[in-house]
Design a protein. Structure first.
Length: 292
């Protein structure tokens, strides 16, 4: 057996990615239904808020669908950034063929996820949620402009892959509560992201080992800000999303979500494994409650 090394990991991940399964063709789209929840009730931002719990099941179910679409739209944005950078690597010629091969596997898989997300949006018949990914977000800045071999770039990639992965894993554990097609989407995503996260972790580990103490000190508040922004994007919908889901006025429901202790507990449950990964690498981070 070969001793472990980063190059061995890249080769192993490429071998695991070689039998490609196109998620667009793999999902049983005939199982997609707006008559079922797309998020488990506990994963909805207003779960536990008395006024929301008193609403008809149909209304609560519809919000679960729009919140999942918001999650999917965030995935399109994130994967678009990563695909853009992989293509740039090809243009600038990556000298390590093993690394280039694996990144091309990632490109194929991320493109498959994005096609899967677009297919869901089209088949759902639901209005698209308003986009909310301005370019001043740190993840966008680091993802698009930081050197691809820098610690900052791979920190942004790791956080951007880890956070949605934890929610997808939660959906799989509660598959009996939601639409089977959504479970299949989450499963397809989790399988591929396990490899992507393993690669990002390894690259980030290498970068952090070589990072000077001062640079590591500067990176910690950047990581904290990135996580806070991702929490906003993934877990706290805008008033406009509540509006298109039929909950008006949207601003009142958005405030209710932000002050909802059950939501804060759910976010903490999903995010703790990601925070622990970063703590293990010397970035000791804690969650803050969102501003109301």
């Amino acid at each position: 057996m070969q001793p472990y090394s980063p190059s061995n990991l890249v080769e192993q991940l490429s071998r695991n990615s070689t039998p490609y399964f196109d998620p667009l063709a793999k999902i049983h789209w005939d199982l997609l239904s707006t008559g079922q929840f797309w998020l488990p009730p506990e994963a909805i931002s207003l779960n536990g808020v008395p006024a929301f719990m008193a609403l008809p099941t149909e209304t609560r179910r519809r919000l679960s669908q729009y919140e999942f679409l918001n999650f999917v739209d965030a995935g399109l944005w994130l994967e678009g950034i990563f695909m853009e950078r992989i293509i740039h690597t090809m243009r600038s010629r990556c000298n390590n063929r093993a690394t280039l091969r694996y990144r091309l596997h990632e490109l194929r898989e991320e493109a498959g996820h994005s096609l899967m997300f677009v297919e869901l949006m089209e088949r759902s018949g639901l209005a698209s949620p308003p986009r909310r990914f301005p370019r001043f977000l740190l993840a966008d800045i680091f993802g698009r402009h930081a050197p691809m071999e820098s610690a900052g770039f791979w920190l942004a990639i790791l956080i951007g892959e880890e956070m949605p992965d934890r929610l997808n894993r939660y959906l799989r554990r509660h598959s009996a509560d939601i639409c089977p097609a959504i479970v299949e989407m989450s499963t397809a995503h989790v399988i591929d992201e396990a490899r992507h996260i393993a690669y990002a972790l390894e690259v980030l580990k290498e970068r952090l080992v070589r990072l000077p103490a001062l640079a590591r000190f500067v990176l910690k508040p950047i990581a904290h800000k990135m996580i806070s922004q991702f929490i906003e994007l993934f877990y706290y919908p805008t008033p406009a999303l509540y509006e298109i889901a039929g909950l008006t006025p949207g601003s009142s429901w958005a405030r209710a979500a932000r002050s909802n202790p059950e939501r804060a507990a759910f976010v903490g449950h999903c995010l703790e494994p990601t925070l622990q990964l970063l703590r293990d690498r010397g970035l000791d981070l804690r969650l803050n409650r969102p501003a109301i």
